[in-house]
Design a protein around this ligand. Sequence first.
Ligand code: BT5
Length: 322
Amino acid sequence: MASKRDKLIRLLSKNGEQYISGQELSEQLDISRTAIWKHINELKKDGYEFDSAPKKGYRLTRIPESYNESTIKWGLSTEWLGNVLYFKESIDSTQNMAHDLAKKHAPHGTVVIANEQTLGRGRLERPFESNKGGIWMSVILRPQMAPHQAAQITLFTSVVIAEVLSTLTGLPLKVKWPNDLYINDKKVCGILTEMNGELDSINYLIIGIGININQNENQFSSNLREKATSINIASNLTWNRAEIVQDILTALEKNYEQYMDTGFHTYKQKWASMAYKMNEMITIQTPQKTYSAKLIGIDDNGALLIEHGNETVPLYSGEIIW
Ligand code: BT5
């Protein structure tokens, strides 16, 4: 349930350049004009700025460069993705909270975001470093699709996020099968898709997205420093995470609808055009063996296509270790 303060911010931000009178705010929020005035003063202390004019009322002119539920929701123009959005300063893992919410019937499009995770995780329970400065987010989806299509969702998500980040920053984002984004040979983002369902249907999917944004090298542990990067390190600029989250949610919503309507084909092609080490020799590790092969793309199911000997072979699981 949104607080009166959140509702006030939302009303003022929806009104954009227009003034909104104290009387109208008081009616819409069902609180006195004195209470409105008190909320406005509290918001000013938190860095919000307003214009106020006699007889006209208030208009919001600036929100603080901070990362919280209000700054993320301010200006978020999606239809359903992030309509229900939880923001936590610190959490074990946004995946855990998203699973709990999904089991309690949270709607399709619910989003959980944290400023920091103490137990962020990757695949196979590998730890995922999630200090303050990055974007750590889980999205609950309830798609009507067969469970085997879930692999496509990870690849689809990596393409959409790579497009958003490269458009925004101009950096050379690459996708690495099955779930990573790379910049200049270093990992900048990992995606973890978890599923709950039956043999033939998905109950819900949780897409976990971890992106290193404003961290500097010293914020990574020493064993990660060689292999991880952040948007800040690669661009030498500090970025507004709330705006990046908004761009990602907007692009994910639009592309999800397109993907559900028209299928994976477009994303498969986009993936190939952004693939790290496309048409190069890579080293693959499976539980059975480590071997070299040429990366030539992905297939309709999201399996990696490699050329091995004279054969084209789909790889459904394994790691590219170079
Ligand atoms: C992933 O796993 O890359 C998926 C990461 C998903 C994280 C998100 S954050 C929001 C949500 N909540 C969670 O708890 N998780 C999701 P995997 O492919 O298994 O890669 C894990 C490996 O990446 C580790 O073994 C490290 O080598 C490396 N790594 C750990 N933290 C990293 C970081 N911050 N940046 C780059 N690489 C990292």
